[in-house]
Structure formats: C-alpha cells, structure tokens
Design a binder for this molecule. Structure first.
Ligand code: SF4
Ligand code: MG
Length: 328
C-alpha cells in the first residue's frame, strides 16, 4: 500500500563529512499507488538526492523512507533490503552509463530476476527476457546484442525492461528522457504511461522539464535548495502556481500560445547548500521578499488542496496571476 495510511513519507537529511551539507531537509510527500508524483527544481536543488535515498543508494542521515508501510531506510544488510528492492526499481538519466557495456542485453535484463531469485537460468528465463523486450518495443533477438549497438532511445527501452524484470510496484525515474532527442522523448514517455496503465506502476519522476511533468504527473512537488516549497495537483500548480519560485520557474518556460509575451527572468544562481541564505532560502532571488523573509523560514501552509511555504502567500500579499497577465 502506498496510500494514506501509512504514507510514503520521508524526512531526509544528508550529511557530507563533518561539515553537514543538508542536501535535503524536511521534505514530506506521499505518492498514491498507480500515480505519478513529479519533483521539479533547478539542478542542485536536491531532487536526485531524494531519488537516490528512496532507491536505497544513499542512506538518509536521519529520518525515514516508508515504503508500503515499512521503514526501509533502516536496513543495514543487503539481504534485509532485498524484498523491498524487488519492488522498487530505478531508471536513470543516462541509459548508456547505467548499462554494463560488456554484457549482452539479455544478461542485463536478466540481472534483477537472478538477483531476486525469481527464476534460474533456462528456457523460462529466456522466454521472460523475450517478453520483457517485446513489452518495451524491442525484439527478442536484441537479447544477443550489446548496449553500444542501440540508439539512445533504444537503450532507455533496455533500462526500462531491466527495471520491469522483477515485477516492481514502484519505479524512480531520474530525468528519464533528458539525455534523448526531443522526438524520442515523447516515445519513451508514452511507453512509460502505457506501462503504468497496464501494470499499475507507481512513478516518482524527477525532472527539470515542465513539459515532461505536464505530460506525466498527477501530483508534483517543487523543490528549492533542498526543501519542498510547493506541492499539490500537477495540473493546478502548472495552471495557477502560488509560490513565487514556482511562478518564476513556470514563467521562464516559453508559452507556445503566446510566444511574444514578455517573460519574467529567474535571475541568479541557486545558492550553495554549504551557505544557504537565512530565513526563506529563496529570499535573495524573490521579487516579493521582505525583512521577515530574510529572518524567518516559512512553514508549509495548506491552500486548497496544495501545500505552500511562503510568507507572502500566508500574509495574502501575493499578486493575483490574472492581474499580472493583464498588465503585460
Ligand atoms: Fe519570497 Fe518571502 Fe515567500 Fe520566500 S517567503 S518565497 S522570500 S515572499
Ligand atoms: Mg540531478
């Protein structure tokens, strides 16, 4: 169960050596079974840290990752984590880097099956590999080839076949299409949607591409410097964002319906997590920042079905987006 009780909840804090770098702090979200939750934000905001923590690659220094009702961040041995790992797979940004170049595709796809002892070698395994390759749009004969013999899109199909091999419930997709040509991106995203429908998969989608998020996500969370600043229904956030950071993030994306509309600029770089700004971490870049913002970190408040961490939202001094658009 992923749903309400208990939720897929995480409170993550990562440390690097003696000087603690809090890559991610106080990030809580739930992902409903069979749905897609997208995490968006600029690079360095902590999205990949969350992906790696949930996937068990990087343990949290404190806090919990609850998966199907079990806190899985406390596993100390590979053996204890195995039943959970079977249910949770990952698709990475660069399919080539994540596929062993010396292994044939059949062996790559078989690996999770053998690791989790779902089958031993033999005719049934060969048949299962052929089935997995067909499911992702490849041919059973491709099992004998090596990764370098495929295009980028085909290699991502191989990664997806491998991710599906252990019959997982949940797949963490870290920028699954950002290394691919635009024309190929849509094919991979549509394949992912089809697989979700047919297999009831749950996705955590890490992406900085809002078009990808709009295409895929049911719910989304916006991250800034290791914190979730806004989360809620994806359609609603993309249509009517509340947090000033989300508004600027959306405004930097060209609107195909209004190509000449002047767009706001998201100025400046993401500050270093080694020296995060005081108060609201976004205040040096925020057009609505005031003295309180530089002093006091905003706490998440509920606005309709969304959660937003912003003093301006809480104080009701957020300009209405409709009025902003009229003035342009
Ligand atoms: Fe801007 Fe202040 Fe809201 Fe932070 S809390 S986003 S600085 S208005
Ligand atoms: Mg990343």
């Amino acid at each position: 169960r992923f749903d309400a009780s208990p939720p897929l909840l995480q409170r993550l804090l990562t440390g690097a050596g003696r000087r603690a770098v809090h890559a991610v702090e106080e990030v809580d979200f739930e992902i409903g079974r069979g749905s897609t939750f997208a995490l968006v934000g600029e690079s360095g905001c902590g999205k990949s840290t969350i992906a790696r923590t949930i996937a068990g690659i990087q343990p949290p220094t404190t806090g919990a990752v609850s998966f199907m009702g079990v806190d899985i961040s406390g596993f100390r041995t590979r053996h204890a984590a195995l039943p959970y790992r079977r249910n949770l797979q990952m698709i990475f940004q660069d399919p080539y880097a994540s596929l062993n170049p010396r292994w044939r595709v059949g062996r790559i796809v078989a690996e999770p099956i053998l690791t989790h002892k779902l089958m031993t070698s033999g005719a049934a395994l060969t048949e299962r590999i052929a089935e997995l390759l067909s499911v992702v749009g490849l041919s059973p004969a491709d099992a004998r080839k090596f990764p370098h013999q495929f295009s980028g899109g085909q290699r991502q199909r191989i990664s997806i076949a491998r991710a599906l091999a252990s019959n997982p419930a949940f797949i963490v997709c870290d920028e699954p299409t950002s290394a691919l040509d635009v024309s190929v991106q849509a094919q991979i995203l549509n394949l992912m949607k089809k697989l979700q429908r047919e297999l009831g998969l749950t996705y955590l989608l890490i992406s900085h591409n809002l078009a990808v998020v709009a295409h895929m996500a049911d719910r989304m969370g916006v991250m800034y410097l290791g914190r979730l600043v806004e989360q809620g229904d994806a359609g609603q956030i993309l249509e009517r964002p509340l947090h000033p950071y989300t508004r600027l993030l959306l405004d930097t994306v060209p609107d195909p319906r209004a190509p000449n509309r002047s767009r706001a600029r998201l100025s400046g770089e993401v500050p270093s997590p080694l020296a995060p700004p005081s108060g609201c971490a976004f205040h040096p870049r925020c057009p609505l920042a005031n003295e309180r913002c530089s002093r006091e970190p905003p706490q998440p408040i509920r606005v309709g079905a969304a959660w937003v961490s912003c003093h301006a939202v809480e104080e009701g001094r957020l300009p209405s987006p409709t009025r902003e658009n009229d003035q342009r």
